[in-house]
Design a protein around this ligand. Structure first.
Ligand code: ADP
Ligand code: MG
Length: 698
């Protein structure tokens, strides 16, 4: 008997359908089991009780015990979202907010953006029905600008507080005030009258009654004392973790090249050790992509049977749709190698890891209080970080951690990382606090006070940018407008100025392109080919206009493809091919395109028209000079440059299109510190504009 092909197809589809639903049932069951076996599950009731009894508590628990994914669900089930209130969980890192929200949505069996959602800068996956909301700490600070008492939230969980990012620290200070204000109002049983924080008039003029705000500080570091003292003796609760023994191995001598040492270690484990995934800590996107490429290159030299390695990157600016790849189960017979930044230290826990490779370094913000300039530098981690990293190997069974430095070096590491607020520029913090109505920055209740001199530096910088008035108040409209942009103050100012200079379209592209780590893809063995591919984009005026050209070429190409097909996947694929042909980093370009469209939304909300200067390059250079005059540098007889604002000696980075030209005066937008101090992303300054800010010798 022959069946018609159509029927047969239907039959197959039906079968697939039932397989799929079986599979999803299996997965649900598996997830439920996983949840139940987490260490935190056995103390659910006690935790909920503690939160009921105390307005502020500190929860300390080992990484992977289930704090981030489970506690919000416990509180939801215990009725903390009654009356439509929301439980907010803040994360220092966007990737953590996104991946955890996706996981929790799956655990709750709801669509992301419904009951469970997330919001990060430039991306909002929440709706009016969202009750469990993961977000970055920076985002909650921005929400406070519009709703100073965070009236939507019944509970706020400040997660990963041990990281002590500058946003976390500011948020802690703010939440203390918000909590006081809500409590006072609650006791008085009167509409809230603000005397602490600035108020948004319409939002709170009604006679709403606010419940007290529950505050939970979660940390993976065992030292809860600092938080407890800061929150007037708040109770600390410990959640017991589960940790198997981890063998720690050191090198005999310091490794001169940790990237190479990482590669060697990956292959040594792969060839000599038992099955189990590898987690390697690297410092950033560029390094991760380099190692990724080198692993694949070296794999080719192995016999076919040993090529069963699967690499997965994870870092902050990785496009959202690729972030979840690290959580995919490793195919049998394969070894997964996770190439991560310190995001995998405590923020996200990836199952299956048995081996950890720790080169002992991290990329951090570093602020030089003398010059007032901030740069990113690669520096040694702390002991606490080294312990967290090795701990990742012992979650599911005994593991091994390869520290790529001698044991003597470990003992020289500082105990714990210095809070970021003590080593970063405070301009953003000061602007935000001013926006929130805190005028006395030096008097603000910081957990660790930043130095007076760095606060003063930032006040001065903001004054020079026109954000503050003579008496240190937020200026109207510039300062107020600047608080609305989710950008560093100098970039917000650049956009505002570009509106006036009629080159906002170009500046918006520049800001979006500068928000990614590296737009160029430069494989070692094809460097010459790459350089000649980039030549067609390069502008004699500098890197900024070069970036504009690349962005426009990519968009033009995308639109051409779009005219032929409306399938997003096909468009994506073509664009990746275009990137590959032009040696442009596809992931970075995608991120820049995203950021571009998101900032555009802000500009629209602020009624700023997207004007273009067309071919009038001078106009753009004028605007760039006016925006970044603080970053102007002048050529010295020896070919180096001197930053005009502070005398700092710098070199042009070899990647700049102006590396050989060496103009007399440049504007830069990035400072990188290795063995030398380099400036990257450079344009020729426009002297008549610069002379408005400095005495320029003719
Ligand atoms: P903690 O916050 O205490 O460090 P988490 O709540 O983040 O712990 O993690 C609990 C468990 O959930 C871990 O076993 C982790 O591997 C798992 N998990 C978290 N996010 C995901 C995800 N996106 N996919 C799969 N498992 C996840
Ligand atoms: Mg966590």
């Amino acid at each position: 008997i022959s069946r018609s092909p159509l029927k047969e197809q239907k039959l197959v589809n039906l079968n697939e359908g039932s397989k799929a639903s079986n599979k999803s049932l299996d997965r649900k069951h598996w997830i439920l089991q996983q949840r139940r076996s987490l260490p935190i599950a056995s103390v659910e009731r006690r935790l909920v009780d503690e939160v009921r009894k105390n307005d502020t508590i500190i929860i300390v628990g080992e990484t992977g015990s289930g704090k981030t994914t489970q506690l919000p669900q416990y509180l939801f089930n215990a009725g903390f979202c009654r009356d439509g209130k929301v439980i907010g969980i803040t994360q220092p890192r966007r990737v953590a907010a996104v991946t955890v929200a996706k996981r929790v949505a799956e655990e709750c069996d709801v669509q992301l953006g419904q009951k469970v959602g997330y919001a990060i800068r430039f991306e909002d996956a929440t709706s009016t029905s969202t009750r469990i909301k993961y977000m970055t700490d920076g985002l909650l600070l921005r929400e406070a600008l519009l709703d100073p008492i965070l009236s939507r939230y019944s509970v706020i969980i400040v997660d990963e507080a041990h990281e002590r990012t500058v946003h976390t620290d500011v948020l802690l200070g703010l939440l203390k005030k918000v909590q006081d204000a809500r409590l006072k109002q609650h006791k008085l049983d009167k509409p809230y009258i603000n005397n602490v924080v600035k108020f948004d008039n319409e939002c709170h003029s009604s006679n709403m009654k606010f419940s007290p705000l529950k505050l939970i500080i979660m940390s993976a570091s065992l030292d809860a004392k600092g938080f407890s003292e800061y929150f007037c003796g708040a109770k600390a609760v410990y959640v017991q973790g589960r940790q198997y023994p981890v063998d720690i191995l050191y090198t005999y001598h310091p490794e001169p090249d940790y990237v190479d040492a990482t590669l060697i270690t990956i292959f040594k484990i792969h060839l000599d050790d038992s099955p189990g995934d590898i987690l390697a800590f690297l410092t950033g996107q560029e390094e991760i992509e380099l190692v990724d490429m080198l692993v694949h290159e070296r794999l080719k030299q192995l016999p076919e049977l040993s090529r069963n390695i699967l690499t997965v990157p994870i870092y902050s600016s990785l496009p959202s749709e690729q972030q979840m790849n690290v959580f995919r189960p490793t195919p049998s017979n394969f070894r997964k190698v996770i190439l991560a930044t310190n995001i995998a230290e405590t923020s996200v826990t990836i199952p299956g890891v048995k081996y950890v490779i720790d080169p002992g370094v991290v990329k951090s913000r570093y602020y030089n209080p003398v010059t007032g300039m901030e740069s990113l530098i690669i520096m040694p981690i702390s002991k606490a970080q080294a312990l967290q990293r090795s701990g990742r190997a012992g979650r599911e069974g005994p593991g091994k951690c390869f520290r790529l430095y001698p044991e003597s070096e470990f003992w020289k590491l500082i105990d714990s990382t210095v809070p970021e607020i003590k080593r970063c520029s405070l301009s953003n913090v000061v602007l935000q606090l001013k926006g929130l109505g805190f005028d006395d920055i030096i008097g603000f209740d910081f957990m660790d006070k930043p130095s007076r001199s760095s606060i003063k530096q930032s006040l001065q910088e903001l004054y020079l940018l026109g954000a503050l008035t003579d008496d240190c108040k937020l200026s109207d409209p510039v300062g107020i407008q600047m608080t609305r942009f989710p950008l560093d103050p100098i970039y917000s100012k650049a956009l505002i100025l570009a509106g006036e200079f009629k080159c906002l379209e170009e500046m918006l592209i520049v800001v979006a392109m500068l928000s990614v780590e590296s737009i160029f893809y430069s494989p070692r063995e094809k460097l010459e080919e790459a350089r000649s591919a980039w030549k067609k984009f390069s502008s004699p005026d500098g890197d900024h206009l070069t970036l504009v050209t690349i962005f426009r070429a990519a968009v033009e190409y995308r639109e051409k493809i779009r005219a032929a097909t409306n399938k997003e996947k096909a468009i994506d694929k073509s664009l990746s091919r275009w990137c590959r042909d032009n040696f442009i980093n596809n992931r970075s370009l995608k991120h820049a395109l995203d950021v571009h469209s998101q900032i555009k939304v802000y500009l629209k909300q602020m009624d700023m028209a997207l004007s273009s200067c067309g071919d009038d390059v001078l106009q753009f250079r004028r605007c760039l000079t006016a925006s970044f005059f603080l970053n102007a540098a002048e050529k010295q007889p020896d070919g180096s440059y001197r930053v005009k604002a502070n005398g700092q000696k710098v070199q042009i980075h070899p990647s700049s299109v102006l590396f050989r030209t060496k103009p007399e005066c440049i504007i830069f937008t990035e400072l990188i510190q290795t063995n030398q101090i380099y400036v990257r992303n450079i344009s020729r300054a426009w002297m008549p504009e610069l002379s408005k800010y400095y005495d320029v010798e003719s």
